[in-house]
Structure formats: C-alpha cells, structure tokens
Design a binder for this molecule. Structure first.
Ligand SMILES: [Zn+2]
Length: 107
C-alpha cells in the first residue's frame, strides 16, 4: 500500500517509491530522481514533512530535466522548502490555483 500515484512532469510520467536505505556513496539522501528510469525515490525513514519537501525537490529537478535547463542545487533546496511553506501556510491558495477552468498553455 502506497500513498503515491504516478506524477506527470512535462512529457514524462514518474513512478514514486520509498526506500528504507537511500545513499549516494557515504551520504544519506532524503530523495533522488532517476531521469532514465523515471522514478522518484524518497527515504522511507524520513518524517512526513521531510518527505514532502523531498518530493517537491525531486519534482523541481524533473521539471528542469524535462526542459533541459540547469537549476543550481541551492536554488532547488530553497524553492522546494519555500513552495511547501507558502502552500501550507496559505491553504486557500492550492484550491485557487487548481480551481476548475485552469488551462495551462504550453509553448
Ligand atoms: Zn537536489
């Protein structure tokens, strides 16, 4: 049983998984995104708030990858944390952003 559904990001659909042991060499990771296999993996032992930031973090990386742009790691860290804070501290905002009638034009 998982809380996750596939996530469409640009032309790709990423699966989301949790792993109890997520490392990059000696460093433990909170999350990672595999652009080849189209998988976002979150560290299963993290607190929910950490998982949510990690999810947004990896989504931002996937957006950048889909558009072939580079976003510095520090900017991804700031954007993920601050986006989650803005959305959770302004609960009217997600509903307003996603209200019926939304139509996103793609270039
Ligand atoms: Zn990152």
């Amino acid at each position: 049983m998982t809380d996750f559904h596939p996530i469409r990001i640009g032309p790709f659909t990423y699966e989301v998984e949790e792993s109890p042991d997520l490392h990059d060499g000696a460093d433990r990771l909170y999350g990672e995104v595999d652009h080849e296999g189209l998988v976002i993996t979150l560290h299963g032992g993290s607190a929910l708030a950490r998982k949510r930031v990690s999810m947004l973090h990896e989504i931002i990386h996937a957006i950048a990858n889909a558009h072939g742009v580079t976003i510095e790691e520090q900017a991804v860290v700031v954007l993920a944390g601050e986006l989650l804070q803005v959305l959770t501290d302004n609960l009217w905002l997600p509903g307003w952003l996603l209200r019926e009638g939304i139509h996103v034009e793609r270039a």
